[in-house]
Design a protein around this ligand. Structure first.
Ligand SMILES: [Zn+2]
Length: 335
């Protein structure tokens, strides 16, 4: 789904009168920098909530035009040749979303509105129109429109360093956090919909012990990669006790399989080999079947000292209804 929401859109995004379409009671919004980040970081989480009937909305900030292309036969897509990687990756993302069962995926401001800024320090960082050059509040306004339309209780994005310091990841963090703030302010752009406050915000992370064990497993196994990644190559590594929520992909739901399928759909960016994968640096990494989060806004639904196993834990339907009524009232007052 790439259409830009109209101010009068219902929470379902359909152009139907309010209340005409059933709106899932649980709604999750994820904000990512490039196509492929969502599957690597949150594939299990997205597959699980989509399967459970929640509304899962992905907003991707760029088309990833500056990515390196792995398959030699697709090398012509690269920015220094045909420069058609962006549109190609739109197709890869659509295939990945089909694998995860996610129907609502959009690009911030529409596809191609913001271009990939390249790795930190690259000359592309300074190119007009790249995401890194976008004023945060201007970019956040596009996301405010989505937040006020979808009304997610839960937002997932990166930590302030974007997990590993890529300019687009850092900017995605800034834009997501700023949009959450602005969406809740009734005086900000009432033309973008009624004020709405997101209840819980999480940052992606990976516990250090799991990264170390996972990389040891790659080294121990026979694999076809050029080498094995180091801990520092894995984004969002944190001390184990910083993790507040863990969602397992194995078991009855087998969401880890959907995640692996989604990662394989990003053909130009990811080489999947069984339980491992590599990016364009060809360094093997574990394909994590369990995904981890840090709650940075809102109350944990788990007992003291325990991790949540559900990002919606502690969120009540009644609270949501109050929020919806309040937003509708503000929306009416603004008309
Ligand atoms: Zn990325």
């Amino acid at each position: 789904m790439t259409s830009h929401p109209s101010p009068a859109a219902t929470p379902s995004g359909a152009a139907a009168p309010r209340g005409a379409a059933p709106v899932p009671s649980r709604r999750l919004l994820l904000v990512h920098a490039h196509p492929d980040d969502e599957s690597i970081n949150n594939g299990v989480t997205m597959a699980r909530y989509a399967a459970e009937g929640a509304l899962v909305t992905l907003v991707t900030c760029t088309r990833g035009e500056e990515g390196e292309v792995i398959p030699p036969e697709l090398a012509h897509l690269a920015p220094d040749r045909d420069d058609t990687l962006g549109p190609y990756r739109v197709g890869e993302l659509a295939d990945a979303m089909a694998a995860l069962g996610v129907a609502d995926h959009r690009f911030l401001g529409g596809p191609g509105r913001y271009r990939d800024s390249g790795m930190m320090g690259a000359p592309q960082n300074d190119r007009p129109g790249c995401f890194w050059q976008a004023p945060v509040d201007e970019a956040a306004a596009h996301l405010v429109a989505v937040i006020r339309e979808v009304r997610p209780q839960v937002l997932v994005t990166y930590d302030p360093n974007g997990g590993y310091g890529h300019p687009d990841h850092i900017q995605a963090h800034r834009v997501a956090m700023r949009a959450a703030e602005l969406a809740a302010e009734a005086v900000f752009r009432p033309d973008l919909g009624g004020a709405y406050a997101i209840e819980k915000i999480y940052w992606n992370c990976t516990p250090r012990s799991e990264v170390e064990a996972g990389l040891a497993a790659v080294r121990a196994a026979g694999h076809g990669f050029a080498g094995v990644a180091a801990v520092d190559d894995v984004p969002g590594v944190v001390p184990d006790d910083a993790v507040t929520a863990s969602l397992a992909g194995e078991g009855a739901g087998a969401y880890a399989d959907a995640k692996a399928a989604a990662m394989r759909a990003h053909v130009t960016q990811i080489a999947v080999d069984g339980a491992f994968f590599a990016l364009s640096n060809a360094l093997g990494q574990p394909l994590f079947g369990t995904e981890h989060y840090r709650l940075v806004h809102g109350a944990s639904g788990a007992a003291d000292g325990e991790r949540e196993d559900d990002l919606f834990a502690g969120i009540g339907e009644s609270t949501d209804l109050v929020g919806m009524e309040e937003s509708a009232r503000i929306e009416e007052a603004a008309e």
